[in-house]
Design a protein around this ligand. Structure first.
Ligand code: NAD
Length: 414
C-alpha cells in the first residue's frame, strides 16, 4: 500500500467519536472524493460554496480542512489500477465524516459497484435521503411544498445481500433440490434463485437510527414501510421488530397510530412521535396524494431504493436529491445521481445533489447555521431564476448558467 496516496492537510484537527458522540473541533478534517465523470464539475463548485457558507456563518471562527481521498478512476490512475484503495478506506474510518461525488462502476468481469462495496466495507447500514421542496424548483406536483420527508433505507440486507444463484448452475440446482425435496417448496423449473435475508439486528439498528433522528429533529412521525402482507417473515418481521424496538427503547417518546385512534381518541399526546406502518405499494400512492401525512420513513433496502428515487422526482429529480450513508458514528455523504459521462467536464450540470449532501454533512457535524445559509442562498438564487440547463428547460424566463457560475451566484446570495 502506497503511503503517499493521501496527504493530511497542513492545519486543522481530526474529528473524534467518543461515548457514542462525535467530537467536532472548529477546524475539523473532513474527507472528500471528487468523483468520476461530472465530479470534476460539481465537486470544486460545491467546495467553494461550503467554505464560503462556513466563513459567512462563523466569521472565520470555524473552517473545514479538506482531505482529498481517492476512489474510482482518479484512484485507479494514481495507483496503477486500484479503484478502491485500502488507504482511502482507512482514512474514511479515521476521519469519521466524508463526502463523495459519483463513481463509475467499471464495466467488466467481477467488479461490484464501488458504492455498494463502500457501504459494506464501512458498515454504513442506513442510507438517509431527506426530500423537501425548494421554492422555484420545477415539480410535476400541484402542491410540492407538502413534501418534507427523510427516508432511512436499510443498506446491507434484503435481496441486495448478493445471495443469488443463476439458473442452470450446479449451486442453483442443489438449492432447488433442497427447497423442493426437504422444504416442499414449489416453483418453475429453471428459475433463478435469490435469498432475501432480513434480520432483527439489521432492522433494529436501522429503525433505531430513524427514531433517534425523529427525536433529535422534532419530527412528528416515523412510518415503517414494508410489504409484510406478502413477505411475512422478512418484510412483515421488519414491521414487527420495528414496533417492538420503538416500544422497548423509546417507550416514553412514542405512541403508535393504533393508540392514537383508540386510547387517545385521535389526538396525539403532547411531545410524542407517532409510529405507524404502511404497505409499500400504498405508500407510493400516498406520497403522491397525501405526502404531508409522512415525515420520517424507515424501510428495507429494495423498497427504499424505489421509494427514494420516486419521492425525489416529485420535488425536482435526482439533480438535487441529497444522500448520506450512515453507520455508528461514521458517515459518507454523497450525490445520489451517477457520473453522467456525456456531460462530464463541460461545466453545465446541476451541483444541487452534492451541494445538499454537504448541507446534511454540516447538520451532522452540528453546524446548522452554515447549512441554513446554503439553503437560503439556494432559494434566493432560484428566486432570481438563475439555474443550470436541466432546470432551465423546465422553466420559463430562466437564466441558464454554468455549474461554476451557479456557484458564484449562490455564494453572492449566502
Ligand atoms: P446518471 O445519474 O449518471 O445520469 C443519468 C442522466 O441524469 C444524465 O444523462 C443526465 O441527463 C442526468 N443527470 C445526472 N446528474 C445530473 C446533474 N447533476 N445535473 C443535471 N443532470 C444530471 O445515471 P447513469 O447514466 O445510469 O449512470 C452513469 C454512471 O454512473 C454509471 O457508471 C453508474 O454505475 C454510475 N452511478 C453512480 C452512482 C453513485 O456513485 N452514487 C449512482 C448511480 C449511477
Amino acid at each position: 500500500m502506497s503511503k503517499k496516496l493521501i496527504q493530511p492537510p497542513p492545519g486543522g484537527h481530526p474529528i473524534r467519536f467518543e461515548k457514542g458522540h462525535l467530537e467536532v473541533p472548529d477546524d475539523p478534517w473532513i474527507g472528500y472524493v471528487e468523483g468520476d465523470g461530472i465530479g470534476v464539475d460539481i465537486t470544486p463548485a460545491c467546495l467553494r460554496i461550503w467554505d464560503a457558507a462556513v466563513q459567512k456563518a462563523y466569521g472565520g471562527r470555524r473552517k473545514i480542512h479538506w482531505v482529498e481521498l481517492f476512489l474510482g478512476e482518479k484512484a485507479g490512475t494514481r495507483t496503477g489500477g486500484d479503484y478502491f484503495p485500502a488507504e482511502t478506506l482507512q482514512w474514511m474510518k479515521d476521519l469519521w465524516v466524508s463526502i463523495k461525488g459519483p463513481l463509475t462502476t467499471p464495466v467488466g468481469g467481477g467488479f461490484r459497484s464501488l458504492n455498494v462495496s463502500l457501504r459494506q466495507a464501512l458498515d454504513l447500514y442506513a442510507c438517509v435521503r431527506p426530500v423537501r421542496y425548494y421554492q422555484g424548483v420545477p415539480s410535476p406536483l400541484r402542491e410540492p411544498e407538502k413534501i418534507d420527508v427523510v427516508l432511512f433505507r436499510e443498506n446491507t440486507e434484503d435481496v441486495y445481500a448478493g445471495i443469488e444463484y443463476a439458473a442452470g448452475t450446479p449451486e442453483n440446482e442443489r438449492l432447488a433440490r433442497f427447497l423442493r425435496d426437504e422444504m416442499k417448496a414449489t416453483f418453475f423449473e429453471g428459475a433463478g434463485l435469490g435469498v432475501k435475508p432480513i434480520s432483527r439486528f439489521g432492522t433494529e439498528r436501522l429503525v433505531r437510527q430513524a427514531i433517534t433522528y425523529a427525536v433529535e429533529h422534532g419530527r412528528r412521525s416515523v412510518t415503517l414501510v414494508h410489504k409484510g402482507n406478502i413477505m411475512k417473515f422478512t418484510e412483515g418481521a421488519f414491521r414487527n421488530w420495528g414496533y417492538e424496538l420503538a416500544q422497548r427503547e423509546f417507550g416514553d417518546r412514542i405512541v403508535t397510530e393504533e393508540e392514537v385512534t383508540g386510547r387517545y381518541h385521535g389526538r396525539v399526546p403532547e411531545g410524542r412521535i407517532v409510529i405507524k406502518d404502511r404497505i409499500a405499494d400504498i405508500m407510493f400512492q400516498m406520497m403522491l396524494l397525501r405526502p404531508d401525512e409522512f415525515d420520517v420513513i424507515a424501510t428495507p433496502n429494495l423498497n427504499g431504493d424505489y421509494l427514494s428515487d420516486a419521492v425525489a422526482a416529485e420535488v425536482g429529480g435526482m439533480g438535487i436529491a441529497p444522500g448520506a450513508n450512515i453507520g455508528d458514528g461514521i458517515a459518507v455523504f454523497e450525490a445520489t445521481h451517477g457520473t453522467a459521462p456525456k456531460h462530464a467536464g463541460k461545466n453545465i450540470v446541476n451541483p444541487g445533489s452534492l451541494l445538499f449532501s454537504g448541507v446534511l454533512l454540516l447538520e451532522y457535524i452540528g453546524w446548522p447555521e452554515a447549512a441554513e445559509r446554503i439553503q437560503r442562498g439556494y432559494e434566493r438564487t432560484l428566486a432570481d431564476r438563475i439555474v443550470t440547463y436541466d432546470f432551465a428547460r423546465l422553466m420559463t424566463e430562466a437564466r441558464e448558467v454554468s455549474t461554476s457560475a451557479f456557484a458564484d451566484a449562490l455564494i453572492e446570495r449566502l
